[in-house]
Design a protein around this ligand. Sequence first.
Ligand code: ZN
Ligand code: ZN
Length: 184
Amino acid sequence: MEEIRQVALAYYHNFSEDEKYEAYQAFREIDSNGDGTITIDEYEENFGTDHRSRFREVDTNGDGKLDFEEFITLYYLVNSGMVLCDGHGCKVNFLKGLYFTCVDCFSYSKTNTFDLCTSCYRYRNFLHNHTNFLDNHVLMRCKAAYLQDQLSLITSEAICWSDDQAGESESEASLEDFDLLDEQ
Ligand SMILES: [Zn+2]
Ligand SMILES: [Zn+2]
């Protein structure tokens, strides 16, 4: 959690003044009694009751309230689209660091990925109709390689295309001529 907190704060400190104001306004809106902290009740009014453990994780000093700095971590998690473990009844609230992702869902569905914490994947604590899983680190590298392939494909197609345009009819005609010569 500490790592995520540091990332969130790093982002925040690089925010423009407008973005900082926006984050502060979001905080003020949730803090309905305006005492400068977000209680679990105020939190649940906004995020529902399903993510109580997320509140506890973000509440790093454990005082049962979120101050603005703790809220920044939450803000980051909400806005960066947290990844949740899809393992059956998994206790891990959201995934951080390395985890496993279904390659098929990742490749073909832009909105619904199927993700598992290492423990759920290792002990097969899930029901899913696809079987190909990769950890997010490897997946990212594959994705990078794939993008590079696509790029070189596009580039080479462009080269082929310009070659074709240059001398298509001439080269076909000369090949046919050779065939005729061989047969005779
Ligand atoms: Zn899948
Ligand atoms: Zn899990």
